[in-house]
Design a protein. Structure first.
Length: 80
C-alpha cells in the first residue's frame, strides 16, 4: 500500500468516525429529550415491554445511523 493510499484511508476513517460520533450524540440528545420521560414511565410500569422497546430503539438506531453515515460519506466522496 502506498503512502498516499494510507493517508487517504486514514483520512476517510477519521471523517467517518467524526460524522458517526456527531450523529450518535445528536441521536442520544434527541431520544433523551423526546423519549426520556415515556421510557422512564415504561421502565417502572412494565419491565419486559421496556426491554423490547429498548431493543427496538437499538435496532432503529443502528440502521438509521448506518444509512445516514453511508449517505453522507457518499456525498463527501469518501465511499470506498
Amino acid at each position: 500500500m502506498k503512502r498516499s493510499e494510507s493517508r487517504a484511508l486514514i483520512r476517510g476513517f477519521v471523517v467517518e468516525l467524526a460524522v458517526y460520533a456527531a450523529l450518535v450524540v445528536a441521536y442520544f440528545l434527541l431520544v433523551l429529550r423526546l423519549l426520556g420521560e415515556p421510557l422512564n414511565r415504561l421502565f417502572h410500569s412494565s419491565l419486559p415491554i421496556y426491554a423490547l422497546a429498548a431493543l427496538g430503539l437499538i435496532v432503529v438506531q443502528a440502521v438509521a445511523l448506518e444509512s445516514l453515515t453511508s449517505f453522507l460519506l457518499r456525498r463527501l466522496g469518501l465511499d470506498h
